[in-house]
Write a new protein. Structure first.
Length: 390
């Protein structure tokens, strides 16, 4: 395929809040043969790499101004695909863009009647029920609801989840009525709307990264979360990737039911009690693990190319050497963790390339590698200042 043919597509990557935006995301599109523009602030991690062509400065933290500028830009420039890269950005656009023609350009759904799944835990739970997708038992609280009855109906152990928020924020695990009342009392009046009281499933946390074209699954990777930054609801440090036809069937069903048209980061709980997979979260955006999935044979650049050309593919994970699972770790989070927790053993494993950890370092992009080192040093400096103040 010629270079001219490869670069016929024009993609815009949009970031409202820079937290947890994968800096390796533009690389996937560039290697898929697309011209890549980024719409973000100067501090966004979308700029911390060498694989974008043009930066459009959104220059505002105000949601209304952000949406207005984005709409003005896409009206002037024709794009083959506009991708919102962060959860807060999806929420802001979903609640402010009322024109269906513009919403279809921006939102990762081909049926806009399913917009309730975007940025809303309550909307997600209701969508699961509507489409008979297995999810933990839940009840939704709004001001005026009978709190004691809701808690009784869901039963313990349970999770209390505010309607919006990501990365483990706004989630409280409760084992009894007293802890549930304490967690509820911590919430602001605004947060006490659309609160999800969800049955807590004890078991393994399973993460799935997937790409869909109008509900059709093009590629996916599945992994067990082995260690997180803080509680089990926070972002992952390490994962073990595996292959599962059962997971694949679940993911295909969800893509078709939710009419997903783009990226999805899903979380399941594999129950210790009944061995079933329960879908607990589906964020319709990418994360830092999409590029790393290439180590288990899942080339999301190829899947991106298939979506841009409206071609059907099915890219499944292949575990190297025929093993049951394959370890992967995320460099930046691990380095910060090692410093904060004084985890010398883990640091040695990374510095000495034990288990082939250097495979997960972004050697291909010096700009991104340098930015990662700077971020680790910045985090270390911040923590040292905190300790000195104490």
């Amino acid at each position: 395929m010629s270079l001219q043919t490869q670069q016929q597509f024009h993609v815009l990557l949009v970031n409202f809040k820079s937290t947890e935006v994968p800096a390796e995301f533009p690389y996937l599109f560039k290697t898929a043969g697309a011209r890549v523009d980024v719409f973000c602030t100067k501090n966004s991690w979308l700029l911390k790499n060498s694989f974008w062509d043009q930066w459009i400065d959104c220059d505002s933290a105000d949601p209304d101004v952000f949406v207005q500028k984005l709409q003005q830009h896409i009206a002037m420039q024709q794009y083959d695909w506009v991708v919102i890269t962060d959860e807060r950005g999806l929420e802001v656009i979903n609640t402010r863009v009322t024109d269906n023609c513009i919403a279809r350009q921006l939102l990762p759904l081909f049926d806009l009647s399913n917009r309730s799944v975007l940025g809303s835990k309550a909307g997600f739970s209701r969508m699961c029920t509507a489409h008979n997708i297995r999810t933990p038992a839940y009840a939704i609280y709004n001001v005026g609801s009978d709190l004691k009855q809701i808690i009784h109906d869901v039963s313990f152990p349970m999770l209390i989840k505010t309607d919006t928020g990501g990365g483990g924020n706004g989630i409280f695990q409760c084992e009894d009525f007293a802890s549930a009342e304490t967690a509820f009392a911590q919430l602001s009046a605004e947060q006490k709307n659309n609160i999800v009281f969800q049955k807590y499933i004890r078991g393994s946390c399973i993460s799935v990264e997937a790409l869909f074209n109008k509900g059709e699954l093009l590629a996916y990777a599945a992994s067990r979360v082995m260690r997180t930054v803080g509680t089990e609801f926070n972002v992952a440090l390490d994962r073990n990737y595996f292959s599962s036809p059962e997971i694949e069937t679940h993911v295909q069903t969800i893509g078709a039911a939710f009419t997903i048209d783009g990226f999805a980061s899903m979380t399941y709980m594999h129950s210790n009690e009944d061995g079933q997979y329960y879908l607990v979260e589906a964020d319709l955006r990418a994360n830092v693990w999409f590029r790393l999935a290439s180590h288990v044979g899942v080339d999301f650049s190829r899947a991106i190319r298939a979506k841009l050309t409206n071609t059907s593919v099915m890219i499944r994970p292949i575990i190297p050497g025929g093993a049951d699972c394959f370890y992967m770790g995320y460099l930046l989070r691990n380095m910060i963790w090692c410093f904060e927790q004084r985890d010398i053993v883990r640091a040695i494993k990374w510095f000495c390339n034990i288990g082939g950890r250097w495979r997960f370092v972004p050697w291909y992009d010096k700009k991104l590698l340098f930015a990662s080192i700077v971020e680790v040093l910045r985090a270390c400096k911040f923590r040292l200042r905190q300790k000195l103040r104490i």
